[in-house]
Design a protein around this ligand. Structure first.
Ligand SMILES: C[S@@+](CC[C@H](N)C(=O)[O-])C[C@H]1O[C@@H](n2cnc3c(N)ncnc32)[C@H](O)[C@@H]1O
Length: 481
């Protein structure tokens, strides 16, 4: 993302940018620093972005958007036009409904010039075909896309409101109604567009006096703990900043009356201004934002499923009801469905790389029946320590995970080298290349951890630094991608 094909009416791209900025500046309370501009970055696959026209010192305000201009439930007239409490739908679905309403108003919407600069096509995993998703091979991200769950929620919560209020939700594309298969399909498509915009563009909007950091989300468009989440809102211009891991040089401050973007570093003339999307593994970057860059590689993770680990420990299943060791950890609330292993860095000691819950699981699985009975009678899990037997289970689980990918790391590196420059690729070819990068990251982690475990199983020390470079390689040494 985001090339020409992702935006409506590509020939008017620049004109739409200009009209959007004019509209923005005409709104009372908006301030846009003349040192920034909205740039066309489609040639590098980054859609629109914000660029410095001239040097900007650290701390300088880049723009300020009044809270009343945020496209959000509290600012849309929809909430006064419906009998039900829109906010009760939760942050995702309520904003989705409001965006559907505003979008379908066309030119009558207060945010019409804003919608014209937003994309209508996405490279987020929600939109990948089964064949494209297959390129992610054994990546756990494939299980987190949540398309089916999102569609069920849309049909259950959004569709009845839209269908009951035809005057508020005009029909699109020659449809007779939003009823029936064709109506439902059109509604789902529109809702997915809004959901994808929320996923990649919306901010959690803190209350004016609330300084707490927002919770991280989420699978699909929804999460389990919706009640605790902050309302979401689309903040014009703030959401046109791209992000690139450690190149972050701006930050949005949520003040009493306005949301203010400020430079957090000196920015040189011509530099792109980047927001911070967080320390996101490339798999999740692809799922939520539809792009990857090599700068995010250090945040990559590999996820082992509980099933994978149980198999490696010789258990018949990962069923909590029938496996006493799993039941014991579940009752202590320290059992997970999957365990995330980060990319080891040169500074990390091995025991700091693995999550404590994973080491406790391995230690529990390694207990003899007598040791387990003792633990259970004291209701205490084993201490998270990696020794030979735990390392053996982990090694088998990692090898089994490695075997689930259809190609080796060495093969992927070759495929990547022959696949051409990222920026020039479009459509499926671009998605394919991004998938290769994701799976390379995961395979590099598997290889690095396996190298460290080799030493442990062979009787070496675990205190050494966990750096992929000095570890024994099972496959050819991985270059930085
Ligand atoms: C918040 S929007 C930023 C504005 C967006 N570029 C646009 O033209 O509308 C987030 C989207 O921008 C794109 N994006 C952000 N950072 C990027 C980067 N470093 N390289 C390529 N695309 C990027 C992705 O498509 C992502 O989903």
């Amino acid at each position: 993302m985001s090339s020409t094909t992702h935006f409506p009416d590509p020939p008017s791209f620049q004109e739409q940018s200009n009209q959007f900025i004019s509209w923005l500046e005409a709104n009372p309370g908006v301030k846009v620093n003349h040192k920034i501009c909205l740039a066309d970055l489609r040639s590098s696959g980054a859609g629109r972005g914000v660029v410095a026209r001239t040097h900007i010192p650290e701390g300088e305000e880049l723009f300020s958007i009044p809270r009343t201009l945020i496209l959000a439930v509290q600012n849309s007239e929809l909430k006064t036009l419906l009998p039900q409490d829109v906010e009760a739908l939760g942050p995702w679905l309520s904003l989705m409904l409001v965006m559907l309403y505003e979008y379908l108003q066309g030119e009558r919407s207060r945010w019409a010039p804003y919608f014209k600069v937003l994309p209508t096509r996405f490279d987020t995993l929600m939109f990948w075909s089964p064949a494209e998703l297959q390129e992610l091979q054994a990546s756990a991200v494939v299980e987190k896309i949540g398309r089916q769950g999102a569609e069920e929620s849309i049909l259950e919560s959004i569709a009845p409101i839209v269908r009951a209020n035809p005057a508020l939700f005009p029909l699109v594309g020659g449809l007779a109604s939003y009823e029936g298969d064709a109506g439902a399909a059109a509604l789902l498509e529109l809702a997915h567009t809004m959901g994808s915009l929320i996923m990649a563009y919306a901010f959690d909007i803190e209350k004016a006096e609330d300084d707490d950091e927002p919770d991280a989300d989420d699978d699909g468009y929804l999460t389990d703990d919706e009640d605790e989440q902050l309302p979401k809102g689309m903040v014009p211009l703030a959401d046109l900043l791209n992000a690139d891991a450690d190149r972050n040089n701006a930050r949005l401050y949520q003040e009493e009356e306005s949301l203010v973007m400020k430079a957090i570093k000196p920015i040189q003339e011509g530099d792109e201004i980047f927001n911070d999307y967080g320390e996101i593994p490339r798999a999740d970057l692809l799922r939520r934002y539809g792009y990857v860059t090599d700068n995010y590689a250090s945040f990559d993770v590999v996820e082992l499923s509980l099933e994978n680990i149980c198999q490696a420990a010789g258990l018949d299943s990962a069923d909590v009801e029938t496996q006493p060791k799993l039941q014991f950890l579940d009752e202590l609330d320290i059992l997970d469905d999957g365990y995330v292993i980060p990319r080891p860095s040169a500074e990390d000691a091995f025991e700091d790389i693995l999550p404590a819950e994973l080491v406790i699981l391995l230690s529990t699985l390694a207990l003899t029946p007598q040791e387990f009975e003792q633990r259970r009678s004291r209701n205490k899990p084993p201490k998270p320590a990696m020794e030979g037997s735990q390392a053996g289970i982990l090694q088998r689980a990692l090898l089994s995970k490695q075997g689930q990918y259809a190609t080796s790391l060495a093969q992927d590196i070759e495929i990547l080298h022959s696949s051409g420059s990222h920026a020039s690729l479009e459509g499926s070819a671009r998605r394919h290349q991004m998938a290769i990068k994701v799976r390379i990251g995961e395979k590099e982690i598997l290889q690095a951890i396996l190298g460290l475990l080799d030493r442990l199983v062979a009787g070496g020390s675990l205190k050494r630094t966990a750096n992929g470079d000095d570890s024994e390689s099972r496959q050819s040494k991985a270059p930085k991608v």
